[in-house]
Design a protein around this ligand. Structure first.
Ligand code: ATP
Ligand code: MG
Length: 327
């Protein structure tokens, strides 16, 4: 699928038929997606659907979790990385790709001050690094940059830590940032501030962005395109307004029909009924959602639905997408 972007520019990130795994029991994909300059692709799905593993695959950090990329293509600005070695991925992250891992403490060393950790990933003379670190702190709207740089991660509030993580992600002047639940642990006011900051920085820099959230309100507010994940696959993808107003996959539809408390992941799970399959059973030759699906037939047990175009610009992996749309 080619995404129709306002600028018509080449996508910053283009993923084709990507398959990746974490040992024999957790196999994900195939994944197809794109993110264009100045736009945000949201990835939404319930807990355990594979969002974080996808993020790690996209930034070349899957191997740190013991995972591998098994097939397909990951292109950044036209350059292929799917089979890149660690050194090449690291080089890419130093120049073009920013990553905000899930849970802000995960990306920070708890026993070292923020400033030391930030300057060590910056280039140039000692003075230039300190200056750049201060500038980054200003860009993420810290009132007192020097004080933050002198702090240990645990001395910062959750919102400040997420700003610090954004500063780390921006340190390489990236063309794209992959942000894994950047606002999940924050209360509503701080969540709004951090989201506003992310959006502002992204527009200023004309960056592409992949933003993972299990909160439909966040997706609705921030994302131009949305990919709905279930069982290690994308089951529906398209312009956010299209997908959220008229979903064509039964899973997306069920998510949206749940009550407004959808933002809570427990509610999201409870809303649909039944439990998602364990990863070892994601690939059995049928649709991964069929046990929980009101439309499932024998076809769904015997044939994996491919992600296919069901209307302008939007795709769904359901044999009965047309029926979902017509219902
Ligand atoms: N290190 C690991 N070892 C074994 N299984 C793992 C590991 N990391 C993730 N998994 C499994 O892979 C699946 C996808 O995990 P992932 O963390 O990508 O989900 P997620 O969509 O990010 O969930 P959440 O919304 O809770 O963050 C889950 O079923 C999880 O149990
Ligand atoms: Mg996750």
């Amino acid at each position: 699928m080619t995404l129709h972007t306002a600028s018509g520019a080449q996508p910053t990130l283009r993923v084709r038929d990507l398959e990746f795994s974490l040992g024999d029991n957790v196999r994900l994909g195939p994944i197809n997606l794109e993110a264009a300059p100045g736009t945000t692709l949201g990835v939404v799905g319930e807990t355990g659907s594979g969002k974080s593993l996808l993020c790690r695959a996209l930034v070349g950090m899957l191997s740190l979790t013991g995972g591998t990329i098994d097939a397909g293509s990951i292109k950044f600005q036209g350059e292929e990385y799917a089979r890149a070695d660690r050194r090449r991925w690291a080089h890419l992250r130093q120049r073009r790709v920013g990553y905000m891992p899930q849970a802000s403490m995960a990306g920070l060393n708890p026993v070292r001050k923020v400033g030391g950790q930030l300057t060590e990933i910056l280039a140039g003379s000692r003075a230039a690094k300190v200056e750049k670190a201060r500038l980054l702190m200003q860009q993420v709207q810290m009132r007192d940059p020097d004080q933050v740089l002198r702090s240990y991660p645990h001395e910062l509030s959750g919102g400040m830590r997420q700003r610090v993580m954004l500063a780390f992600a921006l340190a390489s002047d990236p063309a794209i940032v992959v942000a894994d639940e950047p606002t999940t642990a924050l209360d509503a006011t701080v969540q709004n501030e951090v989201l506003r900051l992310i959006q502002q920085v992204q527009k200023e820099r004309d960056m592409a962005m992949v933003l993972v959230s299990h909160d439909m309100r966040v997706i609705r507010r921030v994302c131009d395109q949305v990919a709905v994940m279930y069982g290690g696959r994308i089951v529906e993808m398209g312009p956010t307004t299209t997908v959220l107003s008229t979903p064509s996959h039964p899973y997306t539809k069920a998510l949206l029909q749940a009550d407004p408390m959808l933002a809570q992941r427990k509610t999201m799970l409870g809303a649909i009924g039944g439990a998602p399959r364990p990863p070892a059973e994601w690939r059995d030759g049928g649709c991964v959602f069929r046990e929980r699906c009101p439309l499932a037939t024998e076809l769904c047990a015997s044939q994996v639905p491919e992600l296919r175009t069901v209307r302008e610009g939007a795709t769904a992996a359901c044999h009965y997408a047309e029926e979902v749309l017509a219902a």
